[in-house]
Design a protein around this ligand. Structure first.
Ligand code: PMP
Ligand code: GLU
Length: 397
């Protein structure tokens, strides 16, 4: 088959891939502890399910406007006003089939071949490939664990070229859990304004912060940057709705209109039933993510403390999201009876097959010394899984 060249420039999503392998092993009857999937374990809130059932009963099952229904856009306008203090018109809102689709639409609407998008590393696995799928060029700016993964504005500015179209910020970050401070946001906004590029601020883990550092949205910190910012968010994480596929964005009218046009020629509207469910989540779902945080807080502590007790592994405490991102440099280079663990991909494969524990290697996040463990499984599963990880790592020589 003679496929398009772009299919050779991208790879399948590593997070979805590991997760699918772990689920397939479990389906064969193996006791796999799955720390790979980036989704809450809790069920979708009842109030959300009730809204979806009502939508079906009421026959709200037909095409909607491609960019989303007015009622949901209004709920999103209210959400941005309440939480970010920013006032969008409904024409500045687009509802898409997940935040991943929102980002895809943004890249398609913004990039000509060779245009550059700056992405701080470690980054969520899909950012560079979404840029490549739009024939753009990802430009990676490293951040360091010892600086709390803070983006250095001078380093950012050094990578700006006449082709720079956008910067992707992700706070709280997948995979590091790091949050951007007011100082960094102000400095980044200053660079963006002076050079006239767009900031894509992916705030999908907004509600999942554990108190040490508060979440601050770019547009709350620097309201003047709103004209140059696309704020991306969604209901997947905060409301345990990963399968419902609703993401959304607020931003400059012309960009939103272009993204909506692309959506109208590709997916059409996000599922009508999911849109009604998202209205209920945004209007009545707040108590749910408070419960989610109460559930996740002790799991975060347990995960981080247990990982730190494993020889060769060090793990900072993540301030947000639900991922631990331990440094495993002390394990790389060790041997087992079938070979050497040279990369974190080797280590993740070894842990999957020897310990039946699924985690995501660091390389697809642009971070070759780390593994990512999601701490959404039960306390019992975290204890059981990490015991096996410790045993497998201690067996390396
Ligand atoms: N952004 C980040 C940082 C993510 O981790 C994810 C993964 N869920 C998404 C966007 C996309 O989420 P969804 O498509 O489920 O809304
Ligand atoms: N974003 C989640 C993760 O990083 C879900 C899978 C995906 O879409 O990447 O694991």
């Amino acid at each position: 088959m003679n496929l398009a060249a772009r299919t050779t420039r991208v790879v399948p999503s590593a997070t979805l891939n590991v997760s699918a392998t772990a689920k397939a092993m479990a389906a064969q009857g193996l006791d796999v502890v799955n720390f790979s999937a980036g989704e809450p374990a809790a069920d979708t809130p009842e109030v959300v399910k009730a809204a979806a059932k009502a939508a079906i009963t009421d026959g709200f099952t037909k095409y909607t406007p491609a960019s989303g229904i007015d009622e949901l856009k209004q709920a999103i306008v209210e959400k941005f006003s309440r939480d970010q203090g920013i006032h969008y018109e409904p024409s500045q809102i687009l509802v898409s089939c997940g935040a991943k689709h929102t980002l895809y639409n943004a890249a398609q609407a913004l990039l000509d071949p060779g245009d550059e998008v700056i992405i701080p590393a470690p980054y969520w696995v899909s950012y560079p490939d979404i840029v490549r799928l739009a024939d753009g060029r990802p430009v990676i700016v490293e951040t360091r664990e010892r600086d709390g993964y803070a983006l250095d504005p001078a380093q950012l500015e050094a990578r700006v070229t006449p082709r720079t179209k956008a910067l992707i910020l992700n706070s709280p970050s997948n995979p590091t859990g790091a949050l951007y401070t007011r100082e960094t946001l102000e400095a980044v906004a200053d660079v963006a304004k002076r050079h006239g590029f767009l900031v894509i601020s992916d705030e999908i883990y907004e509600q999942l912060v554990y108190g040490e550092t508060p979440f601050l949205s770019l547009v709350s910190a620097v309201p003047e940057i709103a004209d140059h910012t696309l704020v991306v968010n969604g209901v997947s994480k905060a409301f345990s709705m990963t399968g419902w596929r609703i993401g959304y964005a607020g931003g400059p009218k012309a960009l939103i209109a272009a993204m909506a046009m692309i959506q109208s020629q590709s997916t059409s509207n996000p599922a009508s039933i999911s849109q009604k469910a998202a209205v209920a989540a945004l209007r009545d779902g707040t108590p749910f993510f408070k419960e989610l945080l109460t559930d996740l807080s002790p799991k975060r502590r347990l995960m981080v403390d247990t990982l730190n007790a494993i020889p060769g592994v060090t793990c900072p405490t993540p301030a947000g999201a639900f991922y631990a991102f331990p440094n495993v440099s002390g394990v790389l280079g060790k041997r087992h009876d079938k070979g050497t663990v040279t990369t974190t991909a080797d280590l993740a494969t070894y842990l999957l097959h020897e310990a039946h524990v699924a985690c995501v290697p660091g390389e697809p996040f642009g971070s070759p010394h780390h593994l990512r463990f999601t701490y959404t499984p039960t306390i019992e599963a975290i204890e059981r899984g990490l015991k096996r990880v410790e045993r497998a790592i201690r067996a390396l020589t």
